[in-house]
Design a protein around this ligand. Structure first.
Ligand SMILES: NC(=O)c1ccc[n+]([C@@H]2O[C@H](COP(=O)([O-])OP(=O)(O)OC[C@H]3O[C@@H](n4cnc5c(N)ncnc54)[C@H](O)[C@@H]3O)[C@@H](O)[C@H]2O)c1
Length: 240
């Protein structure tokens, strides 16, 4: 057990999730890194240091989410900072997208975010601990792309889920915000990086005219999770 706030970051083996873990650890939180990639998250926790712990979890599986929180509560304490970052895009032509593909994206990106938020909030509420939840939305909550319909639907859902949770949780001193990155230099951007036409399209809707670095999103997440953001809740659109 520890008196540092316990921060759980999902999808933390790499990319934006790992950067969030790094930023939160530097701000003094005790980090639990979770990811469906068990080896990757194990290595990530070791690389991060700061006493970070790795626990594998598929955020598309409700039983694994329950087991994740049970284990954290048993071994470490109550999560008071939750970053719902795990997400997949699973690109496919709209007309070819199968119900199974659609459902898998929704299960991980949206239902996983809901279940983890609910469980984290219940833990904080029960123990009278104030806290913050930060959801990883996307520019695609608002800007639709036909080859990632399920992804767009999931991120649009996160936008409204964030607002609903933000309205539900003030009695327990829990704030809920989302960040909505545009294009950030991670594995998820691999296809765009390799395609000049796709990159030109991305830049046409990117005010700063460059791809972002994971840490630039992570610093916003760490701010939203911190006391400096104590009067911010229900924000769903930060970052581009
Ligand atoms: N990179 C971008 O341009 C961009 C833009 C907007 C939003 N986002 C969002 O940021 C988040 C992180 O994306 P990223 O760019 O770092 O991608 P990434 O692919 O580099 O990292 C995603 C991480 O999530 C993990 N993951 C995948 N499925 C999982 C599951 N079922 N359960 C637990 N973990 C799982 C992966 O193993 C990986 O470690 C995602 O929610 C994504 O939608 C990214």
């Amino acid at each position: 057990m520890t008196d540092k706030p316990i921060a759980l970051v999902t999808g933390a083996a790499q990319g934006i999730g790992y950067a969030c873990a790094e930023a939160l650890a530097e701000d003094g939180a005790r980090l639990i890194l979770s990811d469906v990639n068990a080896d990757g998250v194990d290595q990530a926790a070791k690389r991060l240091g700061h006493g970070a712990v790795a626990i594998p979890c598929d955020m598309g599986d409700p039983d694994q989410i329950t087991a994740l929180f049970d284990r954290i509560e048993e071994e470490h304490g109550i999560v008071s900072i939750l970053v719902n970052n795990a997400g997949i895009a699973m690109p496919a032509d709209f007309l070819d997208t199968t119900p199974e593909q659609f459902q898998r994206v929704i299960d991980i990106n949206l239902t996983g975010t809901f279940l983890a938020s609910q469980r984290a909030a219940k833990g904080m509420m029960t123990h009278g601990i104030a806290g913050a939840i930060v959801n990883m939305s996307s520019i695609n909550a608002q800007v639709a792309i036909p080859s990632i319909a399920a992804y767009c639907a999931s991120k649009g859902g996160i936008m409204q889920l964030t607002k609903a949770a933000a309205l539900a949780l003030p009695p327990y001193n829990i704030r809920v915000n989302a960040v909505g990155p545009g294009s950030i230099d991670t594995a998820m951007m691999g296809g765009v990086n390799a395609n000049p036409a796709a990159m030109a399209k991305v830049m046409s809707r990117t005010p700063l005219q460059r791809v972002g670095a994971p840490r630039e999103i992570a610093d916003t997440v760490a701010f939203l999770a911190s006391r400096k953001a104590s009067y911010i809740t229900g924000g769903d659109d930060l970052c581009r």
